[in-house]
Design a protein around this ligand. Structure first.
Ligand SMILES: O=C(O)CCC(=O)C(=O)O
Ligand SMILES: [Fe+2]
Length: 391
């Protein structure tokens, strides 16, 4: 791995994009860490999804926002998934984060346990051990480490292992760059598509400094044998929607992610070099009465030629400010579509996150609540129900 300082970011000229401040830390510390190496792509010919790719460099150019909004319109209303490229981080900066993820998950369980989530409080920041998923209790192979925003609200609240402490300035830089260069432009484009009277309305609901539950994530799906894959159900029952505004998934080569299309068929998301895969999630869908599509997706057994590799993920979850009320926005597009609130009473983002995370982090509570209706649905909050998506 190169060891030069990598603070260079593409200069995306736009008012919505804050300047990328240099982290001020050289990468020499990575010299001591064996670098993460991307596994090879599958040779199998899978039924790949066709997704549009937004070139974020166009965002700052004359007429660029309008061009990108036009390109995005169909995807956000009908598909819920797309790619972005030219987001202002070098491949080396991205790979350094994969390296940290790899080494974090290689720490002994006892060490990781010091940073374990407070599941009962529905607090997802910290380490989530495997074996806590409703579908596959005891059989799931997924570990997660979530890092909150670098703001006063979270200062001192979470301890980090030495490995990550030494790299917090870069992690902070990485998270803030994603927020400035991807999240803010995207919500700006959504506002243009929705023809909101104030084009900056959604940007103002997603400022970095105000309290919200955005977080950066390292994720690991440990490799397993064909028997283990079969016993786990292969992820077919894990279809879900994410709960925030959008989720950013960094390109990694192990296939597994699938999207449920409007036609009821699942297609695979391919690894496009230099891109981030973006999916829309529940809160932006709530803010539009379902007009913006919170896409159903799942991670299934990879193709056989990739069974010998761990699947390491880098993700960023964006959410509106906690105080945001999840009623449909004032928009001529939504008015023409006749959308309605999805809740029986006003619900804040904070309440929504807590309700859905309680189900996600506590398999025992979730099993009971899913069983209540007995029809494959669960009431998350104030009349809004999630449902199961089977194969
Ligand atoms: O790992 C992936 O590709 C997707 C993970 C995912 O859907 C999630 O963490 O919500
Ligand atoms: Fe997801």
């Amino acid at each position: 791995m190169a060891t030069t300082t990598t603070t260079s970011t593409k200069n995306l000229a736009s008012t919505a994009l804050a300047e990328n401040s240099a982290p001020g830390v050289s990468n020499y510390e990575y010299e001591n860490l064996e670098p993460y190496v991307h596994p090879p792509e599958t040779k199998e010919n899978l039924n790949w999804a066709e997704l549009v790719t937004l070139d974020l460099e166009d965002y700052g150019r004359d007429g660029g926002k309008e061009r990108l909004a036009k390109q995005l319109e169909h995807a956000v209303h009908h598909v819920g998934f797309f790619y972005v490229k030219n987001y202002g981080l070098t491949q080396e900066e991205v790979d350094n984060q994969f390296t940290l993820a790899k080494h974090f998950f290689a720490l002994p369980v006892d060490e990781k346990a010091k940073y374990e989530c407070n599941y009962a409080a529905a607090d997802y920041n910290g380490w989530r051990r495997s074996g806590r998923r409703l579908e596959n209790k005891g059989l799931d192979n997924v570990e997660i480490y979530n890092i909150p925003k670098f703001t006063e609200d979270f200062e001192g609240k979470y301890q980090q292992p030495h490995l990550l402490k030494a790299h917090l300035p870069e992690i902070e830089h990485f998270s803030k760059t994603l927020h400035n260069n991807v999240i803010l432009p995207l919500v700006h484009l959504f506002a243009i598509i929705l023809q909101l009277p104030d084009e900056h309305h959604l940007v103002k609901q997603h400022t970095y400094d105000k309290k919200s539950e955005d977080h950066f994530r390292y994720m690991l799906y440990r490799k397993r044998s064909s028997e283990e894959w079969a016993a786990s159900g292969g992820g077919l029952g894990n279809g879900h929607t994410d709960l925030g505004t959008v989720t950013l998934l960094f390109r990694q080569p192990i296939a597994g992610l699938q999207i449920l299309g409007e036609d009821g068929n699942w297609t695979w998301v391919s690894a496009q070099p230099g891109t981030i895969t973006v999916n829309l999630a529940d809160t932006i869908s709530h803010l539009t009465g379902g007009w913006l599509k919170s896409s159903v997706h799942r991670v299934v057994t990879p193709p056989e030629d990739q069974w010998t590799y761990d699947r390491t993920g880098l993700l960023y979850f964006a959410r509106p400010h906690n105080e945001t009320i999840l009623n449909p926005l004032d928009s001529p597009v939504l008015e023409a579509a006749g959308v309605k609130s999805r809740f029986e009473k006003p619900v804040t983002v904070e309440e929504w996150v807590k309700a859905k995370q309680t189900l996600q982090l506590n398999p025992d509570i979730a099993a009971k609540r899913w069983a209540e209706a007995g029809d494959g649905t669960v009431e998350v909050l104030a009349g809004f129900r999630d449902r199961k998506y089977k194969s």
